[in-house]
Design a protein around this ligand. Structure first.
Ligand code: URA
Length: 246
């Protein structure tokens, strides 16, 4: 049950901005339980009250959860003066307060969860939460068993603290010496700025391609094209909430 103001209810439902909502209310277009509602400050019980605009009931959705297959060239933000944002790629949303759960670099692809549930985001991102994030990565250079061992110990990437241990799985190494390129899966528990790029840089290698495959219990849906998205299933939402029991 949630008790909220009518103007917030209408704005959250995507009817318009607060000032547009005010105008709509003035024009007697909104009914609450069969009575015309003119004032934005009346309280709505989202479980009981029926709100209608122009004779059509408007349902209330408190939270929305999407999985996006982020393409390159799009920034992990809600607004940006230059670039398209990940939130702008979600077009069938009811809520207007969506944000990405964490950040992927502009040139990183893959799984990004988009929601307006701040508690869930905090559950996954707050320092000390250490949720596994798995990526597919292609790098210049020869990744060896020695690199795997090094990543296991944690790496000095120039921050005050070493990184936590990361799991590196070698998938393929092409070529030799300076011309080699390697493909790996890497799982990290933190989300520091450019973390994977800096970890490989500390070993003299450059990340050429990076794609996130999973975050905690949720994996990227392989049917999603780049730039595509879908709602998270109830099980996926439940599994994310259970990561640290919220
Ligand atoms: N590490 C990086 O370097 N970049 C990302 O986008 C994610 C993890």
């Amino acid at each position: 049950m949630a008790n909220i103001r009518l103007d917030k209810y209408l704005a959250d439902a995507g009817i318009g901005t607060r000032s547009q909502v005010k105008e709509i209310l003035k024009k007697n277009r909104v009914y609450v339980n069969d009575a015309v509602a003119k004032k934005g400050d009346i309280k709505i019980d989202t479980d009981i009250d029926v709100v209608a605009l122009d004779g059509k009931a408007i349902g209330y959705q408190e939270y929305e959860y999407f999985m996006l297959n982020k393409p390159q060239g799009v920034v992990s933000a809600t607004k940006d003066p230059r670039d398209k944002t990940v939130v702008e790629l979600i077009t069938e949303n009811k809520r207007r307060d969506l944000f990405p759960v964490g950040r992927l670099d502009k040139d990183t692809e893959g799984l990004l969860i988009i929601t307006n549930d701040g508690k869930l985001a905090n559950n996954l991102l707050a320092p000390g939460k250490h949720v596994d994030k798995k990526y597919y990565v292609e790098v210049s250079g020869n990744v060896t068993e020695e690199t795997v061992e090094y990543f296991k110990t944690g790496i000095d990437i120039g921050d005050e603290e070493m990184t936590l241990p990361a799991k590196l799985e070698i998938l393929n190494v092409d070529g030799v010496g300076e011309n080699a390129t390697s493909a790996c899966n890497i799982t990290i528990m933190e989300g520091r700025y450019h973390q994977i790029k800096r970890m490989f840089k500390a070993c003299g290698m450059e990340v050429l391609f990076l794609k996130r495959l999973s975050m905690g219990p949720v994996s990227l849906d392989e049917d999603l094209p780049l730039g595509g998205y879908r709602k998270l299933t109830e099980e996926e939402i439940k599994s994310l909430k259970e990561v640290h029991k919220i």
